[in-house]
Design a protein around this ligand. Structure first.
Ligand SMILES: [Zn+2]
Length: 292
């Protein structure tokens, strides 16, 4: 918590609990993979604090004009000394109590992320193996949400078959394939920033019900569209296929590593190949319709 944040104060939720944070609160659930073991960063809460002595997330009251992601990253910096440059956010879970919400920001740690207790609110800040979390005395908010959060620790990847998506709309793309592909890449970059709210996720992708996901986006270009890979905007990995676009898409699924993968294509043969290595798929209209 900031000493004089404008969100400081107690409120009562509709369930009758007392909570800290006039505009709600936010915390960071950060995952790292240390030599093959998945760990999460937890805070052992100071005994004088609310639910003192329990283990919870680095977090605290939101400021009035702050997004939940900004609030969670600020709190993690203040209490855990964590540099936000090492944090890759991929999801947000809203635990709504009626009139008060605790937002959990889910993220992965980049290599080299370090944390230690830096505020007066922690007995300790520690990386805990995912399988050991439930053996700790947990803050009740974390204990309640943990079964869902545990299944949302990995960032999903969306792989876009650009030729298929661009080709699904007869807007003259064949006159300028690179230009049409570039418009798709730029539109995907916008989605990368805004994230995908729950209602925009395709059926068939078996993800926990978060309020918002920020997947990793990979757009695969082939043939005459390949020049559109140059100077790609932030937030999108653009692959210019050397040979077959389908092979590059299958390779992107392999490279996604661990988390769920969704391939955007209407190509039946390609979908079968991707399903056989564990990816889900959705027709290109799902993406094209978001930009319509
Ligand atoms: Zn409550």
């Amino acid at each position: 918590m900031t000493p004089h944040g404008d969100g400081d104060g107690w409120v009562h939720c509709a369930a009758g609990h007392r909570h800290w944070g006039l505009f709600g609160a936010a915390g960071l659930l950060l995952r790292r993979d240390d030599a093959g073991t998945a760990e999460v960063l937890l805070q052992h809460r100071a005994t004088w604090s609310h639910h003192g002595g329990t283990w919870g997330l680095l977090g605290g009251a939101r400021h009035r004009r702050e997004t939940v992601v900004d609030a969670a990253l600020r709190e993690a910096g203040e209490e855990g000394g964590l540099d936000p440059a090492y944090v890759e956010v991929h999801g947000r879970f809203d635990d709504s109590h009626g009139g008060w919400t605790y937002a959990t920001v889910l993220a992965g740690a980049r290599p080299g992320a370090v944390a230690q207790p830096t505020g007066g609110e922690s007995i300790d800040v520690a990386w805990v193996a995912v399988e050991d979390v439930t053996s700790l005395p947990l803050h009740p908010g974390l204990a309640g949400a943990w079964p869902l959060l545990r299944d949302a620790l990995h960032r999903p990847t969306v792989v876009v078959d650009a030729a298929n998506v661009v080709g699904s709309r007869p807007d003259g793309w064949w006159r300028d394939r690179a230009g049409a592909a570039r418009r798709l890449v730029d539109a995907v970059a916008g989605l990368s920033r805004s994230g995908l709210e729950r209602s925009r996720l395709p059926p068939g992708l078996d993800l926990p019900e978060l309020a918002c996901w920020w997947p990793r986006w990979v757009v695969v270009l082939e043939g005459a569209a390949r020049p559109a890979a140059q100077n790609a905007p932030q937030g999108v990995c653009v692959v210019a296929a050397e040979g077959s676009g389908d092979d590059a898409i299958v390779q992107a699924v392999h490279d996604a590593g661990g988390g769920p993968v969704l391939v955007v294509t209407a190509d039946r043969g390609l979908r079968d190949r991707c399903h056989s290595i564990g990816a889900a798929s959705v027709g290109s209209r799902w993406l094209a319709d978001m930009f319509a």
